[in-house]
Design a protein around this ligand. Structure first.
Ligand SMILES: [Zn+2]
Length: 277
């Protein structure tokens, strides 16, 4: 339908479209029946030029009225209310905020993850190659959403988000259903040795060959999907409850915003997650 290129044939995503606004959803979350969620694309919005068309970030220089209209459209498609949204101001930290009733409309500064148990409250985070991490605890009825670039991955924001859900809502990691969202794939993600050194320190030696390989030019190809899966398993989430993306932002530059494709002249995609009211 969207013409997305998938890395394999696994049925990780469902491509949905409501009122001409496409988005990606996870069948594993849909089947739970307790959350509204989605991941936006570049399509179905009103932004122009480099932001075309569905830019959802207010920090990239786009027209505020266009962003507001885009936000209304995607909210209506996913089934959430714009006034129930809470946002991160992401700076590659491992800070995870617990959003409470009074936080509707708030932007948490220097924060890269959020958790909540408030019905209706919609967590919103921003992306253009970095990795979205979704968490749903159907037992305690709590959710989490985190932004995990290479720095968040090295410092294991996924694990910190699970710990925050345990601390705040009593979540048992074994109950959590998690998803690793559309982001840059290993084939597209070249990094230098200083980045790899940090992964060598942070992850157990046995799995390093699955995380990266060295090339003739002295650079490395890094697998953020596999690394985040490992982070979630370390946190106690069961492997069979982790849905790993097979959609790469950089492989699909006409449909998804990619920093590695467009540099800073681009909009942002968003991840959305809310407990149903
Ligand atoms: Zn790719």
């Amino acid at each position: 339908m969207l013409g997305l290129k998938y890395k394999n044939r696994d049925k990780i995503f469902e491509e949905k479209e409501v009122n001409g606004v496409p988005y990606l959803a996870y069948p594993v979350f849909e089947s739970l029946g307790i959350v509204n969620h989605g991941f936006s694309t570049r399509l179905g919005g009103v932004s122009k030029g480099n932001y075309a068309t569905m830019n959802l970030s207010t920090t990239r220089g786009d027209d505020p009225e266009a962003i507001a209209e885009n936000t209304r459209r995607i909210a209506a498609a996913i089934g959430v209310r714009t006034e129930d949204m809470v946002y991160t101001h992401q700076t590659h930290t491992t800070n995870v905020a617990a959003a409470r009733e009074k936080d509707r409309g708030k932007r948490f500064m220097d924060t890269d993850g959020m958790v909540t148990d408030v019905p209706g409250m919609c967590l919103v985070t921003f992306y253009a190659d970095c990795v979205p991490l979704y968490f749903v605890d159907p037992v305690r009825k709590a959710i989490g959403l985190s932004h995990s670039g290479w720095q968040g991955t090295v410092h294991k924001i996924g694990k910190i988000t699970v710990e925050k859900m345990t601390e705040t809502y009593g979540s048992d990691p074994k109950d959590i259903i998690a998803a690793i969202g559309p982001s840059i794939c290993q084939d597209c993600y070249e990094v230098s040795e200083d980045v790899i050194d940090q992964f060598r320190e942070s992850f157990r030696k046995e799995i390093l060959p699955e995380l990266f390989y060295r090339k003739d030019n002295g650079k490395y190809q890094l697998n953020l999907w596999r690394a985040n899966e490992e982070v979630l398993k370390e946190a106690g989430v069961k492997k069979e409850r982790i849905a790993v993306t097979n959609v790469c932002t950089h492989c699909n530059p006409d449909i998804l915003f990619s920093h590695r494709t467009m540099g800073n002249k681009r909009g942002n995609l968003s991840a959305f997650l809310a407990l149903k009211r």
